[in-house]
Design a protein around this ligand. Structure first.
Ligand code: PMP
Length: 365
């Protein structure tokens, strides 16, 4: 009894007709309160008991900016920092520039938080069905939001951003997570290195879903560079109309394919259904209802901080793309790809509480 919400945040329909439908909210002045960039990177590795052969570690990405409101940070805190640092180092950012980015959520909130705290004006172009937690995070940072009718599809979000830039080209800088080499580059330098260190080089399988593809491409490159025998597994939504936040349906060639996604890095690809993703996330919550989550390596955080941010209202709730990752691991196991010596690392890209208002959430919880 699965209800597919219309064009979930992150889903990709290809309709691209109307543009200029964005409606602006009021402009506020950003304060970037509570942003401590030093908490980005070196996220904890959790040992998860999910009934597949070998060891499974989840890399808990909401420990990037764990204190940030609306669910903490996410995997996108990494690239927000990486892309802003890169642009500043290259001298591409004038002090009075406005940073603009089209995004269905996490990249927008993380760019908004970091860039406003660094003193820039920020404008985020989003589909109007993005989750309330992500919209609030952008708003609270003081960024301006341009909403685009989600029925027009995600390509219309990108087009609206391009239109705004074309109107005032000198005012804007677009980090462009879909093309910026600092997106996969940040993962190559940080995520891959952290995983190798945290597993003592023993990782055998790396599993990550593709939105921009930056995570799986960059981390996969870093793991392969080490010369270790690591199987890099990328996964994508099975259905065009899906509800796995952060992932994109990329299987047809008739819409934008991100340059940051280099599929030649992948050793294997899985397709995950929304229903399975939600079931796995719910199962994870149930498994850890009464059991402690085993922290294999707290990263840069002290164990008490990790305990504090692992649960929401006593529950271990991960975002939907994390549930999809666990499902991808099960699909590997079902194919006989894992054995008792396997050490699988799957990205847990964000915590679930920022999705409290999305369809299916009641079933999910
Ligand atoms: N999961 C979530 C929750 C995300 O926000 C994103 C980024 N859109 C992804 C997975 C996919 O990451 P990437 O863009 O690096 O492919």
């Amino acid at each position: 009894d699965e209800r597919m919400p219309d064009e979930s945040a992150g889903g990709t329909e290809t309709g691209t007709t109307g543009t200029g439908t964005g409606t602006e909210t009021g402009t506020e002045t950003g304060t970037g309160t509570g942003i401590d960039e030093s908490t980005i990177f070196e996220t904890p590795l959790l040992e998860l008991d999910v009934d597949v052969p070998g060891t499974v570690y989840g890399k808990a990405e909401w420990f990037n900016l764990p204190e940030a409101p609306h669910g903490g940070g996410s995997i996108k805190s990494r690239i927000a920092k990486g892309m802003l640092d890169g642009a500043e180092e290259r001298g591409e950012l004038e002090a009075d520039v406005t940073i603009i980015e089209p995004t269905s959520g996490n990249t927008g909130s993380e760019i908004a938080r970091l860039a406003t705290a660094r003193g820039y004006d920020v404008e985020i172009v989003m589909p109007d069905n993005a989750s309330g937690g992500k919209i609030d995070a952008v708003r609270d940072a003081g960024a301006e939001i341009h909403f685009v009718d989600a029925d027009l599809g995600y390509d219309a979000v990108i087009e609206r951003c391009e239109e705004l830039i074309a109107e005032n080209p000198d005012d804007y800088y677009r980090p462009n997570q879909y093309e910026n080499p600092d997106n996969p580059g940040t993962h190559e330098r940080t995520t891959a290195r952290e995983i190798l260190e945290q597993t003592d080089g023993e990782v055998t399988h790396f599993v990550a879903g593709a939105g921009t593809g930056g995570t799986v491409t960059g981390t996969g490159r870093g793991l392969h560079d080490r010369g270790d025998d690591v199987t890099v597994v990328g996964f994508e939504p099975k259905e065009a109309l899906h509800a796995i936040d952060g992932l994109k349906f990329l299987r047809t060639g008739d819409h934008y394919h991100p340059e940051t996604y280099d599929e030649s890095v992948l050793d294997r690809k899985e397709y995950v259904s929304t229903g399975d993703a939600y079931d796995r996330a719910r199962d994870l919550r149930d498994r850890y209802q009464d059991a402690a989550v085993d922290v294999h390596d707290p990263g840069q955080h002290d164990p008490e901080t990790v305990e504090h941010h692992l649960r929401v209202d006593g529950q271990f709730v991960v975002g939907t793309s994390s549930g999809a990752g666990i499902q991808a691991v099960h699909q590997l196991a079902g194919d006989g790809a894992l054995d008792e010596d396997s050490v699988t690392v799957v990205m847990l890209c964000d915590r679930g509480d920022k999705y409290a208002d999305i369809p299916l959430w009641e079933e999910y919880l």
